[in-house]
Design a protein around this ligand. Structure first.
Ligand SMILES: [Zn+2]
Length: 345
């Protein structure tokens, strides 16, 4: 049964196979509209893959959807396995744990980000600093000025009960394989149920969009290198049905991975072209981001809101750093800023 892409956000569970259900939960006010939580129901209990965003609408929709598949109460959830520590995947799980004691597991690589988020330190200090060095001073000031980016969602950031490494998790009659896929975040993991040919891809592989790279509380050294390596990891697994966190189910993880690899190849080539066109001293990531086109609609940088400009600059940094590290471009680094220029011919 194929689900038209327009309707994947429609409330109500969709059965994937016997005992596995996709449950879209609302994300009010967010352009992504909804996040898929997956319920695996078997003799051993109810496992959720991802927890949703801690808003009342999502909590009530989760309860309602679980009832329709025979799980009468939220307290019947036995655990939540989270793909990564972004609010739309993690924070509702924390609220459910407070209420019912339901344990949460997340990839071990999320520890630095979650420790920063669970603390009360400046959340996006590292991001603001990164934006400044990328030449986005004005943008950094605007990001600091938007309370919802820096301070909001204090609610729901606590450490998990367990940190997951690569390995196997029994799930009733099934086995889930935990596969670390750093890139979108440092500790992103996907869950493979190879016996049923299902791959819960979180935000690592999404059907319609490319996940943001390099936007993190505690950024990795080379998030795009990590991300491309993690795409190769998925390509080396058997081709499975894709169960993404945003968007409809689709038949082939391999096909989408191939498209994403092409997307980043094109993006890297566009980035090199822009830097080649800059005069002598080159330019910052913010200069390059302003020349690139954004989203599938190829929007101009200026037409993006502050949050998306931040994602655009951090994404551009990720591409430029990969190119600089592989010797395609030259990076000139000072404490204040990093500029990129063509390799002298
Ligand atoms: Zn997400």
């Amino acid at each position: 049964v194929s689900t038209p892409s327009q309707t994947w956000t429609e409330p109500g569970p969709e059965q994937v196979i016997d005992g596995v259900h996709r449950i879209p939960l609302p994300m009010p006010g967010d352009s992504l509209t909804a996040v898929n939580v997956y319920a695996i129901v078997d003799g051993a209990g109810v496992t959720l893959i991802d927890g949703g965003w801690a808003v009342p609408e999502a909590r009530s929709e989760l309860g309602r959807a679980l009832k329709t598949i025979g799980v009468s109460d939220l307290r019947d959830i036995s655990r939540v396995l989270v793909t990564h520590a972004h609010r739309d995947h993690y924070t509702l799980a924390v609220l459910l744990r407070r209420e019912f004691g339901i344990p949460i597991s997340v990839g071990a690589g999320e520890r630095p980000a979650l420790e920063a988020l669970a603390g009360r330190t400046s959340r996006y200090g590292a991001q603001v600093r990164l934006l400044e060095r990328a030449g986005g001073h004005d943008l950094a000031r605007r990001v600091e000025g938007v309370d919802s980016l820096i301070e909001a969602d204090r609610e729901g950031w606590e450490l998990p009960d367990s940190w997951l490494e690569a390995g196997r998790l029994p799930s009733g009659p099934r086995t889930l394989q935990v596969v670390p896929t750093p890139g979108h975040t440092r500790g992103h993991v996907v869950y493979a149920n190879t016996a049923d040919n299902l791959l819960f891809t979180g935000d690592h592989v999404l059907p319609h969009i490319t996940p943001s790279i390099g936007f993190e509380t505690v950024p990795a050294e080379s998030p795009l290198r990590d991300y491309l390596d993690s795409l190769a990891t998925i390509r080396a697994l058997p081709d499975m049905r894709m169960l993404p966190a945003h968007g409809p189910l689709s038949p082939s993880t391999h096909q989408r991975v191939d498209e994403l690899v092409v997307h980043h190849d094109v993006r890297l080539a566009e980035t090199v072209d822009i830097v080649d066109g800059l005069s002598g001293a080159g330019g910052t990531a913010a200069d390059v981001a302003a020349e690139l086109r954004w989203t599938r609609r190829r929007r101009s940088y200026d037409s993006l809101d502050t949050f998306n400009q931040m994602l655009a600059v951090t994404e551009t940094v990720a591409h430029l750093e990969l190119l600089a590290h592989s010797g395609v471009l030259v990076a000139d680094r000072t404490e204040e800023r990093i500029t990129y220029r063509a390799v002298a011919s």
